[in-house]
Write a protein that binds this ligand. Structure first.
Ligand code: COA
Length: 261
């Protein structure tokens, strides 16, 4: 049996490639389990500073495997709950990675595929990418992906695309903020992902983790006294850290910081 995912570590970049091209990289229980394990491994591996999620074949990801979903619909209450939690937990793991994550999107990204894109920090798509939240057309709902999709595109746009199940283009995905950049083809996609990865590798590895936690702590909260104090405490702590001291010293001494090779 072929591996459902491929992993590779190259100069600080962990690349996870969905490898079920014959099923358009649809998630079944095995792929979810393998992907979850790879995410955990990449997040603890000190050789990995950035994680790229990509896929083989002509589709990025056709969402949940409908054969698996159909099978799971026959499970008893406890089994079905446990099964659905697998996908929900994997998306949460991706969303909460300490390291920055980049989605490299070509071809269709439907249902859970949109969830995967939304749960990454940065997403870049080729012009041929297509997106759809098709669940209601199948008589189901985009439940476990909804927190990430709504956070990425906002409630108003989610209402339209979750309710109509319409297909939308890479240009529309860019317009509504699901992806950060669109490029003509796969060669440009690799180039654009490479540029983002280089930008990320120039930054303090611990600062990136701290920055991700900061964004989550501050986003969508009123600017209360508690938030103001929290942000001050964060910068006070990080600027006194080894990495903070090294980064500022390197700038003032006109040299590269230790994390830049
Ligand atoms: N689950 C299980 N099988 C899937 C799948 C999915 N999500 N998406 C595609 N496949 C299977 C097809 O059933 C087909 O199987 P077959 O060869 O046994 O007939 C095979 O992959 C090829 O798909 P096909 O539709 O013939 O390819 P295509 O290039 O015309 O279209 C897609 C590709 C991805 C656009 C199309 O298959 C599709 O819309 N899939 C459903 C995606 C979806 O709605 N996902 C959300 C699930 S919640």
């Amino acid at each position: 049996m072929s591996e459902t995912i491929l992993t590779e570590i190259d100069h600080g970049v962990g690349i996870i490639t969905l490898n079920r091209a014959e099923r358009h990289n649809a998630f079944d229980d095995v792929l979810i389990q393998d992907l979850s394990a790879a995410l955990v491994q990449m997040d603890i591996d000190t050789d990995v500073r950035v994680v790229v999620i990509s896929s083989t074949g002509k589709s990025f990801c056709a969402g949940a495997d409908l054969n698996w979903m159909k099978r799971a619909a026959g499970y008893n209450a406890e089994e079905t709950q446990r099964d659905a939690l697998g996908l929900a937990s994997m998306l949460r793991m991706l969303n909460e990675m300490k390291k920055p994550t980049v989605a490299r999107v070509q071809g269709p990204a439907y249902g859970g595929g949109v969830g995967l894109v939304a749960a990454c920090d940065i997403a870049i798509a080729a012009f041929d990418a297509q997106f759809a939240l098709t669940e209601v057309r199948l008589g189901i709902i985009p439940a476990v992906i909804s927190p990430y999709v709504i956070a990425a595109i906002g409630e108003r746009k989610a209402r339209r695309y979750m309710l109509t199940a319409e297909r939308f283009s890479a240009a529309e995905a860019y317009r509504i903020g699901l992806v950060h950049e669109i490029v003509p083809g796969e060669a440009e996609l690799d180039e654009a992902v490479g540029e983002i990865v280089d930008a990320l590798l120039a930054n303090g590895p611990k600062a990136l983790g701290e920055c991700k936690t900061l964004i989550k702590a501050v986003a969508n909260r009123p600017i209360s006294q508690e938030v103001v104090i929290d942000t001050a405490q964060r910068i006070a702590r990080v600027r006194a850290s080894d990495e903070g001291r090294e980064g500022m010293a390197a700038f003032l001494e006109k040299r590269k910081p230790s994390w830049v090779k």
